[in-house]
Write a protein that binds this ligand. Sequence first.
Ligand code: PHE
Length: 341
Amino acid sequence: MKEKLLEMRKAFYKALEEVLTPAELDELRIYYLGKSGALKEILKQMGGLRKEDRPVMGELANELRDSMGEAMASKLKEFERMLLEKKIEEEKIDITLPGEKISMGRVHPTTKTIRELIDVFVRMGFSLEDGPEVESVYNNFDALNSPKDHPSRGLSDTFYFDASRVLRTHTSPVQIRTMKKMQPPIRMISVGRCFRNDEIDATHSPMFYQMEGLVVDEGISMADLKGTLEEFVRQLFGEETRSLFRPHNFPFTEPSAEVDITCFKCHGEGCRFCSGTGYIEILGCGMVHPSVLEECGIDSEKYTGFAFGMGLDRITMMRYEIDDIRYLYENDKRFLDQFRR
Ligand code: PHE
């Protein structure tokens, strides 16, 4: 029996040498020291020994079990140390490598224009109102006095959801919403996206930005309209910029006008930016039509008002000398990175 035990020990140490993973080590433990392992198997023969030999064998078996257990424990420790070393090696950081460059986003030029415009008008005492992009046909056309056969109502110009809902074609419906919500004095602006069924080219986009303005109070006249817009033009484009009121026609204002300002590039001389005219159109405006006031429950005998609406894409393009509206919507970072101011 002694020989068997010693043989087993020899075989165990040889096998231990060859163990490569903790899992294999576990297998080894079960094989030699497990419930029906090699050691137990040998000890079964204890009964066949002489009585006086039994304690000696028992002691030897215990010793073997302990020393084999210790040998396996230290092997396991070795595995753990190796694992840790490997991990440290793998996770080593080379602090001499250049860092990853963080690429900063910038404020979109249209957003800059919007922020500055809001600033100018809020300083003049205007409040900021909001309206939805999906608008009722009533707010977008009917309440704005637009005749049923007006060309802008056509399917070729306007995106319809159904007979009563459209993607708003201008920010003017916010005038209606505001006047239905509050009584004069009203001084408000509203900024947002508008949609028209236009072919995309250098100056047209089916989605674009407008800013609306509305003032309603007692005694508001065309002089207030001109004064306000001229002040805004000076603040946004500079003192020397001149503006020109041209008669025009909108269903919801009477009289109506379009405003041109001297070209940012040639200052009125005429160049390719202004097609040689020296002026660039920036907005539509006029005195709020009495029918519109009445439709919104405002007494047109007592109150008068003016309104204006301008395309912000055009203004942004002028300010930053951008010659194609598509750049504003392509989200090309190389383009956007140029606007650091
Ligand atoms: N809504 C008009 C447009 O989109 C502009 C406008 C607004 C004109 C307010 C007069 C008054 O062209």
